[in-house]
Design a protein around this ligand. Structure first.
Ligand code: NAI
Length: 336
């Protein structure tokens, strides 16, 4: 009897294996022991497209990896700790997700994190150029507006920069917009479709409410209030956490969604669209988030600016000088 049951299980698992899609992607999380890194790694451990999850941090990764490795999903989990293990963690990664670095405390802007986080991104980008130059790289670390140009410059210096493979993660802005609009309209947030473009800080976050599906119903004052709430949602969490950090759980959800979309694109799935902060010639800011189609080589097609109304055009005009300043700061840092 027992023998029969075992045999059946084997057959089932063999059948299951035969019908699963390609799932042999290596994903490396840099900053895996942190407030975002741990729940993000948990969600990635559950992604069937991941076969190998490599966790890198300067602390605690053996413990986080041991813990995750007891989850009964197909992927293997590795923990790498300390700068001398970064190369091994990144070796041949298909996707690298980076939430490494310090988060905000009340009263801080994302730009205040620059002094610590810029150097972290520089060092990780440098190692990516050697260990996995073809990887799709998703930067969560703030200030995203500046960290992405830093990574681009470092990869350029190493001669491996491909603008189709470097992304700033602004997915949380989209996730928040969907949550707030879903609640306001009384619909399932999962059914809300709204582009959030620009960058990832204050006035550079541009929710394009005029293009929301289903249509957002509200007067101009309500739309302006909602816009500011989406732009300042990160600060709402920082204040509520009262010194214990910034958004971690919602960011892990958003980061796992974005990494999952990169993997779907790599796996040949069609019609995968995400807004993300990438090198861009859509506006005068050389990095800018717009809806993108993701494919086997990362960014397949930039869908460009959605249609903007007059209010949104004003928001864009206010965002561009700030974005350009943020980008310039990154370029200067990387070339200093
Ligand atoms: P945290 O402090 O909880 O975790 C950061 C982790 O990075 C720690 O485990 C730390 O040991 C690690 N770390 C520090 N230096 C490192 C290095 N050189 N190499 C590898 N790992 C290193 O911070 P949390 O809350 O996880 O936030 C991480 C970053 O994500 C912050 O910069 C934060 O501002 C940003 N963030 C971005 C969002 C976005 O929408 N893009 C939203 C929320 C936060």
């Amino acid at each position: 009897m027992l023998k029969q049951v075992t045999k059946q299980l084997v057959i089932q698992s063999v059948r299951g294996f035969a019908t699963t899609k390609q799932n042999n992607f290596k994903v490396t999380v840099c900053g895996a022991s942190g407030g975002i890194g741990q729940p993000l790694s948990l969600l990635l451990k559950n992604n069937p497209l991941v076969s190998n999850l490599a966790l890198y941090d300067i602390v605690h990764t053996p413990g986080v990896a041991a813990d995750l490795s007891h989850i009964d999903t197909q992927s293997t989990t590795e923990g790498h700790m300390g700068a001398d293990q970064l190369g091994k963690a990144l070796k041949n990664a298909d996707v690298v997700v980076i939430p490494a670095g310090v988060p905000r405390k009340p009263g801080m802007t994302r730009d205040d994190l620059f002094n610590v986080n810029a150097g972290i991104i520089r060092d990780i980008a440098n190692e990516i150029s050697k260990s996995c130059p073809k990887a799709l790289v998703a930067i969560i670390t703030n200030p995203v507006n500046t960290c992405v140009p830093i990574a681009a410059e470092i990869l350029k210096k190493a001669g491996v920069y491909d603008p189709k493979r470097l992304f700033g993660v602004s997915t949380l802005d989209v996730v928040r917009a969907r949550a707030f609009i879903g609640a306001a309209l009384g619909v399932n947030p999962q059914q809300v479709d709204i582009p959030v473009i620009g960058g990832h800080s204050g006035v550079t976050i541009l929710p394009i409410i005029s293009q929301c599906q289903p249509a957002f119903k509200g007067d101009q004052a309500t739309i302006e209030k909602l816009t500011v709430r989406i732009q300042e949602a990160g600060t709402e969490v920082v204040k509520a956490k009262a010194g214990a950090g910034s958004a971690t759980l919602s960011m892990a959800y958003a980061g796992a969604r974005f990494a999952g979309s990169l993997l779907k694109g790599l796996n040949g799935e069609k019609g995968v669209v995400e807004c993300s902060y990438v090198q861009s010639d859509i506006t005068e800011a050389t990095f800018f988030s717009t809806p993108l189609i993701l494919g086997k080589n990362g960014l397949q097609e930039n869908l460009g600016l959605p249609k903007l109304n007059d209010f949104e055009k004003k928001l864009l005009a206010a965002a561009l000088p700030e974005l350009k300043k943020n980008i310039q700061k990154g370029i200067e840092f990387a070339n200093a």
